[in-house]
Design a protein around this ligand. Structure first.
Ligand code: PHE
Length: 452
């Protein structure tokens, strides 16, 4: 497979399937399989699911299309895209924020991805002891508190580096084309298995039956943050990936497909996790440790538990790898486009900085507890700042930028491939980008920070 370039020499994805596989590869990650179940579990299940869907459709899809318009229109990286459409220097800040968010996310994301790799390998060799809930808890604490996570984070980051250094077509596209179908196959196997568990009905009721009294501002912020995180929005990731789309890629369709598949994976993860949680008498609101502490406990009680556990953590590893690739590509493409680094040098720099930040995050949970801000470990600080502040802010800026700054004719051209096919939803899209998305994001943001 050769690196494909368009007329202006920019790398492009080779097929429609590749455009979908890579964007879905970015979207589907720890956010769906690790974060979604624990967020839904702590915010009342069905009520959270409804808020999540509402935000994904009403805010996520318009912002995703806005990022696609910026990326494919400018054929540039996250920083260059703002500069391409506006001479006003202030917009450059949005580009800097995107790069900052990508570095912060790499920090904590690679640590969790490292845990998945560690659990996968240890399950494979029968080294995980989950003979009781206490053993599971101890195992998790030992795993996150020692030096091991540092090692596994570095191993994970090297896998990421290996793919990125091979370039857009031979690295990112090829890996996504293979790993994404594999991920869906593993998910389906788990869903079928879940159907046979005694707690299937209870798990389904928890996930799909909404109790509206559970909706408060923290549910709303959680659901909005989840929609942004899960769709990889607000930090230029989709701007970067769409800059590799061909002129023929249909932006609206690609955005809808990405949202649909991404949400499907989140729901499937719920279908896998909640029946298991109820079958064995655990609580769905265990928080971030749900997948790492509770699930292995459940695998331990199942026939061939080691095999299931290995397969599950392999699934998580695959999902996190394709997402981390997209996160690192944001900075890599800024370095190649804006600072004219070679691909190799840019990958080494972006991955190198990413590894340093993730090592600091891993250390902050264990050996170096002093790596904290106001008593909160660096790991949690970076997660909070990136997911709850920088991503919604980035999404709001992008939505305002496309809604108010970019000419409407240009938006139409991008959405219709220069008039080749109709687009009936241009007006509502612009209306959402101008008003609904920024105002909704701002309100939820102010409410959750106690300002209104
Ligand atoms: N969407 C990814 C997930 O769900 C995370 C991600 C965030 C990827 C931002 C790229 C950019 O895990």
């Amino acid at each position: 497979m050769k690196e494909l370039n368009n007329k202006s020499g920019r790398a492009v994805f080779g097929s429609r399937f590749a455009a979908i596989a890579t964007t879905v590869g970015s979207a589907v990650g720890l956010g769906n399989i690790w974060r979604f179940p624990y967020e839904a579990g702590s915010h009342g299940g069905g009520a959270f699911l409804i808020c999540y869907f509402a935000f994904a459709i009403m805010i996520g899809v318009p912002v995703l299309i806005a990022e696609f318009i910026m990326g494919r229109g400018s054929r540039s990286d996250a920083m260059g895209a703002y500069a391409y459409f506006s001479k006003a220097k202030g917009w450059k800040i949005a580009g800097y924020l995107a790069v900052l968010a990508s570095i912060l996310i790499t920090g904590f994301y690679s640590v969790v991805a490292g845990w998945t790799l560690e659990y996968c390998v240890e399950s494979m060799f029968g080294m995980v002891d989950f003979s009781s809930p206490e053993a599971g808890h101890r195992q998790f604490l030992e795993m996150t508190a020692g030096w091991q996570p540092v090692v596994w984070t570095v191993v994970f980051s090297l896998c990421n580096f290996y793919v990125l250094a091979r370039g857009v077509t031979k690295g990112i596209e090829r890996v996504s084309n293979i790993l994404m179908p594999l991920l869906f196959v593993i998910l389906l196997v788990f869903c079928v298995h879940s159907f046979m568990l005694p707690g299937f009905g209870e798990g389904m009721r928890f996930l799909f039956y909404p109790d509206f009294s559970k909706i408060d501002s923290s549910t709303l912020l959680g659901a909005l943050g989840q929609a942004f995180f899960s769709l990889s929005l607000g930090m230029g990731c989709m701007i970067t990936y769409s800059s590799y789309f061909t002129d023929k890629t249909r932006l609206g369709q690609t955005a809808m497909t990405t949202m649909a598949l991404d949400s499907a994976v989140a729901v499937m993860s719920g279908v896998i996790i909640f029946p298991a949680v109820f079958s064995y008498g655990f609580s769905p609101s265990a928080g971030p440790t749900l997948v790492f502490e509770v699930l292995p406990n459940i695998f331990y009680r199942m026939a061939a538990g080691g095999v299931w556990s290995t397969l599950f953590f392999l699934l998580l590893f695959v999902a996190s790898l394709t997402s981390t690739i997209s996160i690192t590509e944001i900075f890599t493409s800024v370095l190649t486009d804006q600072y004219k680094f070679s691909r190799k040098k840019a990958t080494m720099t972006a991955c190198g900085i990413g590894i340093v930040v993730s090592i600091l995050c891993a250390l902050s949970l264990g050996p170096c507890r002093s790596l904290a801000i106001g008593g909160t470990p660096l790991f949690d600080v970076l997660d909070y700042v990136a997911s709850n502040i920088l991503m919604p802010l980035g999404g709001m800026l992008c939505s305002i930028f496309v809604g108010w700054v970019i000419d409407r004719r240009y938006i139409r051209e991008q959405l219709t491939d220069n008039g080749a096919y109709p687009c009936r939803w241009l007006r509502p899209l612009v209306f959402f980008l101008r008003w609904v998305c920024p105002v909704a994001i701002l309100l939820i943001f102010l409410d959750s920070s106690g300002l209104i």
